[in-house]
Design a protein around this ligand. Structure first.
Ligand code: FES
Length: 140
């Protein structure tokens, strides 16, 4: 094999190796939920007994899971909202002291209902329904 042929084959092989993960990632299951979260036809199921959700053992605790933030608002109540700011897409966080969701990028704030309480975010965060049964939350 001549040097020119070798370089040509190497370039083609390298291109295939570099693009294969991108091509096959579209076929994989939604993995945004990670450990303890399953996404089935009935919604997202979260096992609260797993260490990944230990913050939800305390009122005011929150966990980001993919594009959803789960917040424990009382001994018996949990809420789930989109954690994607409606202004420019930064990830909002929960401030248990003020019971607001705050965007670190430009200061938007949201109530626990998802409503904008301080701009520049133009619209509310999407709110999901949460049902607790035993140690399991089902988010739909
Ligand atoms: S991205 Fe959230 S306020 Fe700008």
């Amino acid at each position: 094999m001549e040097r020119k042929d070798f370089i040509k084959k190497f370039a083609i092989g390298g291109s295939i190796l570099l693009t294969a993960p991108v091509l096959f990632s579209g076929c994989s299951k939604d993995e945004t939920l990670g450990e303890g979260g399953n996404n089935d036809q009935n919604g997202i199921v979260v096992d609260l007994s797993l260490p990944a959700y230990s913050a939800l053992g305390t009122v005011g605790g929150s966990v980001n899971k993919g594009e959803i933030i789960i917040i424990r608002t009382s001994d018996t109540n949990y809420i789930a909202l989109s954690n994607v700011c409606t202004h420019s897409g930064c990830t909002v966080g929960y401030n248990s002291g003020t019971t607001e969701l705050v965007c670190p990028c430009h200061g938007s704030k949201f109530s626990t209902s998802g409503s904008v309480t301080n701009g520049p975010a133009p619209t509310s965060l999407k709110k999901y329904n949460v049902v607790k049964e035993g140690n399991t939350l089902t988010i739909t």
